[in-house]
Design a protein around this ligand. Sequence first.
Ligand SMILES: [Cu+2]
Length: 661
Amino acid sequence: MAKLSLLALATWVGLAAAKDVYLDWKLTWVNASPDGFERPVIGINGQWPCPQIDVDVGDQLIVDVYNGLGNESTAIHWHGMRQHGTGVMDGAVGVTQCPIAPGSHMQYHFDVNQAGAYWYHSHNMGQYPDGLRGALIVHDPNPPFHYDDELTLTLSDWYHQEMPGLLDAASVAPHGQEPLPDSALINDSTNTKIKVLPNKTYLVHIICIGNWPGHFWVIDGHEMTVVAVDGVYTEPHPAGDKFLRVATGQRMSVLITTKPDASQNFAIWDTMDVNMMFIFENRTIPQNYNPNATAWLVYDEAKPLPEPPVFHHIDFGTDFVDDVNLVPADHAPLLQPVDRQIILDTSGGLVDGVPRFTVNGKTYISPKVPSLYTANTVGPEFSSNPEVYGQVNPFVVKHNEVVEIVINNHHNNLHPWHLHGHHFQVLQRTPVDGGFYKGLTSNVSTTPIRRDTIMVQNNGHTVIRFRADNPGVWMLHCHVEWHVEVGLMATIIEAPETFHHTLRAPPKSHYDTCAAFPQPVSGNAAGKAGLDMTGLDTKAKAGSRGALYTPIKGTKTPAVAHPSQQSSQAPVSKPSPKPYAPNVGAHNANDYWPVPHVDDTSFYVDSPNKPHDHHVTIHEEATKGPGPNQNTHSGYVFDGHHSYPIQDSGDDLLDDLNDWK
Ligand SMILES: [Cu+2]
């Protein structure tokens, strides 16, 4: 039994992944004009749009991120990745990590054990709408349905001004108005043409990578069948005469079958949610304002590109497929009974004289110490006390509890709520003006749909459930960046009592990131011991400078500057990467695979059946393969008495840890 568990442990720490996908990313400002207006955007390795990441289920994704922006800090979140056992890699600034300062870098590495459509984006100070976002597609070697190929459609709103200026100028809802997008983009362009072949079935991943409004889209002349939402397979659900929609952060995967011949091309019509932008806001639509974007399914490049269909009226209440009615393909039963219910009354108002959004009357204010670092360092006698986390709307839940969260939306507009670390079950969600929670209705599904982002309608509510089986610190927040920046966030502190044996502490390179910023890494939210919160900032402030970085006296000058700081657009070379031990070896930036490295990881495992904590060491040796992504791993797990070789295993660490005990 012990041997089996330790092998599973090896899987958990990423030693036995099918293959390594290694990406070396240098973030810099580049100029781009996706809608004809040129502006600086945040690119990766000199390119924008940012690349789509393609991995297979079982791969380990390793991404080195170097911040060459010069004037802004950054970080990358892997939206929808549950990060089971690797919560330190979640990428949420202030929660699981410090910001990456200009001129410094950080490595993310985690196993990808879930198929479908995801995305990555900056999770730092309203930064990602300046372009730092892209699709992350996890291909399934054994999908539950047939298709010939996969396509991706990213949908977003787009702005001609940069976020720091917009955030500073915007007082946003509930007292002001969000800046209006200048255009809508499909695949970061207003002129996207997608080549298709006749008589094929395509799995189309639609990802809303925008900032504010949701989108709905029509692929003219093609039936769409929903087969996944947010990476969770559903029973196939033909849209029929209904429309499909996604809110910011959401994904939907649909099957389409192409026409039997290539005699004609077809338009893909997309619109931003005008209810959200104008109607619910009592805002006049400016003359000539265009909320639409068009792309094309191109069967024959020699044939004309048709105009999109025209829609005169669409009822957002009844004309859409209701995602709450979808059924997960695995028919996982409703989680019950509930061990812990959390009710969030979300609203807006003046806080300290500043317009802010609130959760149970409190607006989120960033702590001095990232919440995960607090959980790891404040000590077991304090880590389950929400007070030590400061004003991050903390909710502490215990390991393996069934947690039910009710989100009451007291605002007159919808908000897409996203939970990190989990796919939650959706029990109910009201229509617009559907009222606040008064208990469950009788028609809750026995097999509720699961997803990671849910639209909560104006003056309505939703009820979600998940099992707290992923110890970590997880954001729960509205995915509209305008709203994140004015405090519409909460923090789930999940099973902190288990951290010393289920969650690895951040690797050394993450501490290096904090030191470079610099930001304190231990103690409570104020960086103090126990319940001493002196010096913690709890006042809301007007305005925002976004991710703009003020160099701290004595730190080095960033290597690459924002275009406004540069005399020319000449590319600036990246400093050679420092080898940083023990988690990462040096690597060859041109070859995209790490050189051989050795990695020892040690931690304690608790067991009620064993009298003392059990000290486990994992020794890994990575060998460079013949080509990119062909490395092999070998090594052993040593439990103080015996060594066990590392082998491939699909088992789940936490389940096996429980067996092992
Ligand atoms: Cu919102």
